[in-house]
Structures are given as C-alpha cells and as structure tokens.
Design a binder for this molecule. Sequence first.
Ligand SMILES: [Zn+2]
Ligand SMILES: [Zn+2]
Length: 138
Amino acid sequence: MEDDSNISELLAARGIRLTRQREKILAILLQQRDHPTASEVYERAKQKMPSISLATVYNSLEALARNGLLKQVNVDRAPTRFCANLEDHSHFFCERCGAIYDVEAAAAQLGNLPPGFVVFHADVALKGLCSTCSDLNV
Ligand SMILES: [Zn+2]
Ligand SMILES: [Zn+2]
C-alpha cells in the first residue's frame, strides 16, 4: 500500500503538481486496485472528504488520466473504470462476477505481426472467468 508521501514523490518525479483533493483521489485508486467507477471513487472519497462533490471527482479523474496517472478502462457500454497501475498491463474481465484483473501485458505474445510493424503499446482486453468463478482451484 502506498501512502501520500509516495504519491508526492511519484508526482515530483513526473513534474506534476496536484491539488490536495486530486492527490487524495489518486491515493484512493492506488490503495484499492479494483478498477472502481467514478461513482465508486466518489463513495470512497466522501469518507475522507465529506464535502467533495461528484463533479469534483469526475474532474479530478479526468485530470489524472490526462496527466497519465490513471488509465481509463472501458468495458462494452459499462461506465468507465479507473486503473492506477501504470505498468504496461492488460485487463482481464470476468464475465460472471464483473471483476477486472490486471494481468501481464499481452504485447509480448503478439508475435504474428506483418513485417515492419512495431508495437509501442498493446491495449488488449481479455474476457472470461476469474479463478473464483471458473471453479478451477489452481
Ligand atoms: Zn489495470
Ligand atoms: Zn469472477
């Protein structure tokens, strides 16, 4: 778990200055990496900042995403979810329980590109069942 000082360091390294509110919202996403929606972030933010508004949460998430501190994760038509894991990774969507997991980036496995194509980033969405739902006890 990362505390606020780690976040300040991360931001300083990237030359980004955030308002206290945005920093707190980023902390919420780093603390519980379950890819919450904006309204779930709002529910969590309210516990720390009772006066915060949903609009502020939306604006903060947007600003954080713009600064590259968050990734937006879109699944079909469901509300956008937010991911604070900045490592290159892919998302695995469980179709039964709806959970989203971070899995190793699929880029390395995409070996079948035409000659001359170079991958910088792979945004691959994997869908299936998580280990809890698949009943396969690994
Ligand atoms: Zn993620
Ligand atoms: Zn599941």
